[in-house]
Design a binder for this molecule. Structure first.
Ligand code: HEC
Ligand code: HEC
Ligand code: HEC
Ligand code: HEC
Ligand code: HEC
Length: 500
């Protein structure tokens, strides 16, 4: 080892001379590349300028996407394609508008006594959101409030108009929108429906003057500022973490504080979230004051003594979960790594030499090349397999949890029929509420576990545990042992392999 430096010295000298030559060549090469890139960039910039050519003026009132489409034809083209049928898009959920209830009749038992037991279907593209809401039996057969329109229409101009009519000065746009929002929520559905014409539109996500991304839904603005006030860690939403360290005098406002990357998820979090209609005025409310996790939302509802309905078979005060995509994504590794909804669902695409965001919002599995391979250097088949592996495991757990909750309902119903008192049934009913909330939360989420696989599995495990404990509690409350309620003896509905 002592002699080692000797022969090394000349080699090092020769090496450093070589380095100079290499650096010189590299510098020339880099200059040429930089010049080429500059020319390329300036060409692209020219093209970008051309696409931003404003051919038709748009304002806060322009809800018709066709008018925006005159100036931004490429984005409008993608947007329109959300009306394309894409029957093979989903691995497990099934085709568009397929009924979840017909695929797995256990859900009729779970939702018994609530409109979802009558009609509940697989979602379609954005272009259909307003007409699908008109057509659902949940609207046709049941009295619904104007609140339903909050996420199914380009509704902000209608809120503004109603707010001004209610006396808010027209110059205070934000206050007028908030007031009008309350007014429309409280209306009967048909009255609110008459105020809107378009599905989610450009103006809902873009500032008409600057095209800057923004959020407009009052329910989201209220919900996210309540979330900011909570102490739930949200490392994937850094602007909230920053706001928390400040003086907190003005409420958290995403439009002023969120980063562009956060906005690329919040734009979707405006609607793809859990919600309920609070109070007699039926105000659309996102229950995030304790945080975004399933048990924090449950604690919020428990604190508000909220129930969506009373299950007729068991007498339990139960909850209905709705599409918590933003909440579940928040618990996953992609959110933690700063990957936004738009990264996967609206990936960049080239049109000629121009890079645009694909406004054909849809399943990324139809688009693995642009949605995933930008970050993951695996073949398309491998990526599809990884998603499907997650989704099949999810499906197995979901079937077990669905059965456990169905068994629990049977067990409590049997105890009730056998004459068990409300007092004796209380523990089993509390477990029914917990188990069903957890099951529904993950099933109502539309990624089949992909957005946060481990979190989804954790929630299913809790659901199964709660449901089986509830069965024991029901037996203790006086359910006869030899009835449909006993584990293993519950009627087993036939579970097609596509059941949800
Ligand atoms: C890392 C990529 C990725 C991110 C980030 C992501 N998703 Fe997804 N999403 C997926 C995949 C994969 C599926 C499953 C698609 C399938 O089964 O066909 C999915 C499914 C969905 C579905 C159901 C799709 C359908 O066709 O019915 C919705 C809705 C959805 N995501 C919304 C969101 C929202 C909202 C966010 C952000 C809060 C988000 N996603 C973030 C990859 C992603
Ligand atoms: C917080 C936003 C929001 C509100 C409020 C809302 N929806 Fe939706 N709705 C969505 C989203 C997001 C989807 C797509 C994801 C899904 O189907 O799970 C959807 C899907 C639907 C669908 C198609 C799938 C299905 O469930 O059969 C219908 C119909 C529907 N909503 C009706 C209603 C009705 C009726 C109301 C009022 C009681 C309402 N929505 C309120 C966001 C909302
Ligand atoms: C104004 C509310 C709203 C906003 C904002 C919104 N969505 Fe949706 N989204 C819906 C509703 C409602 C549906 C269901 C429409 C139906 O079934 O008729 C839906 C359906 C979908 C679907 C299913 C599409 C299919 O072909 O099956 C995906 C995926 C989706 N949304 C992703 C997103 C993403 C990603 C964003 C953000 C870039 C976003 N959404 C923003 C309300 C919204
Ligand atoms: C659900 C929300 C949403 C809706 C509705 C929407 N966009 Fe976008 N749009 C986005 C997102 C997300 C981006 C990416 C922005 C970014 O990363 O800064 C984007 C980007 C853009 C851009 C910038 C260039 C690009 O493609 O990245 C233009 C122009 C645009 N949209 C036009 C439109 C037009 C026109 C419509 C209506 C036909 C529309 N958008 C509807 C979410 C939306
Ligand atoms: C913008 C970059 C980006 C995009 C787009 C993206 N991913 Fe990822 N993905 C990541 C990162 C970062 C991780 C975390 C890996 C790590 O930290 O080791 C990850 C992790 C994963 C994992 C492991 C998940 C887990 O929970 O452990 C899977 C599976 C995956 N990605 C699949 C996909 C698929 C499928 C798509 C397209 C629908 C996609 N990703 C799109 C960046 C991305």
């Amino acid at each position: 080892m002592d002699t080692a430096p000797e022969p090394a010295a000349p080699r090092r000298l020769r090496g450093s001379a070589l380095v100079y030559v290499v650096v010189a060549i590299a510098a020339v090469g880099a200059t040429i590349a930089a010049l080429a890139l500059l020319r390329n960039i300036s060409q692209r910039k020219e093209e970008a300028k051309q696409t931003a050519l404003i051919l038709a003026p748009v304002s806060e009132e322009t809800t018709d996407p066709a008018v925006w489409g005159k100036s931004f034809p490429a984005q409008y083209d993608g947007y329109q394609r959300t009306a394309d049928p894409s029957p093979l898009k989903k691995t497990l959920a099934g085709g568009e508008s397929e009924s979840y209830l017909e695929k797995d009749p256990r859900w009729k038992t779970i939702f018994k006594g609530y409109p979802f037991s009558v009609d509940y279907r697989v979602a379609r593209g954005h272009a259909f959101m307003l007409s699908d809401q008109d057509m659902t039996e949940r609207v046709k057969q049941f009295k619904q409030p104007g609140s339903c329109l909050h996420c199914h229409a380009s509704i902000i101009p209608a809120y503004y108009k109603k707010g001004v009519e209610a006396g808010v000065p027209a110059t205070d746009r934000r206050a007028a929108i908030m007031k009008g929002f309350e007014q429309v929520c409280s209306m009967p559905f048909a009255e609110g429906r008459a105020l809107v014409h378009d599905a989610v539109s450009c103006v809902d996500c873009h500032d008409p003057d600057s095209m800057r991304l923004r959020v407009t839904r009052p329910g989201f603005l209220n919900g996210v500022s309540a979330l900011a006030r909570s102490d739930d860690p949200v490392p994937h939403l850094p602007s909230i973490e920053r706001w928390r360290k400040g003086d907190r005098t003005t409420p958290y406002d995403p439009n002023a504080l969120a980063t562009r990357q956060e906005m690329r998820s919040m734009a979707c979090g405006q609607c793809h979230v859990e919600y309920y209609f609070a109070g007699d005025k039926k105000i659309v409310t996102y229950p995030w004051a304790n945080g975004l996790k399933v048990e924090q939302i449950e604690a919020y509802y428990d604190g508000a003594k909220w129930k969506d309905w009373t299950h007729p078979d068991t007498g339990a005060a139960v909850l209905k979960a709705q599409h918590p995509e933003f909440e579940l994504w928040s618990q996953g590794v992609h959110a933690r790594s700063g990957v936004s909804c738009a990264d996967c669902h609206m990936p960049y695409t080239r049109q000629g030499a121009i890079k645009i965001s694909d406004h054909h919002v849809r399943s990324p599995l139809l688009n693995i090349n642009r949605a995933c391979q930008t970050c993951h250097a695996y073949p398309e088949e491998e990526l599809r397999n990884r998603v499907e592996t997650i989704q099949h495991r999810h499906k197995d757990l979901r079937d077990k949890a669905t059965q456990a909750v169905t068994d629990l309902i049977g067990a409590i119903a049997a105890a009730k029929q056998a004459g068990a008192s409300d007092e004796a049934l209380a523990p089993a009913r509390a477990l029914h509420r917990r188990a069903q909330w957890r099951l529904d939360f993950v099933c109502a989420e539309n990624s089949y576990g992909f957005h946060a696989p481990q979190e989804a599995a954790r929630i299913f495990a809790e659901s199964i545990d709660d449901a089986r404990q509830g069965q024991l509690a029901a037996l203790g409350a006086g359910a006869p042992t030899k009835t449909a309620g006993a584990p293993g003896e519950a009627p087993q509905p036939s579970l097609g392999n596509q059941s949800r």
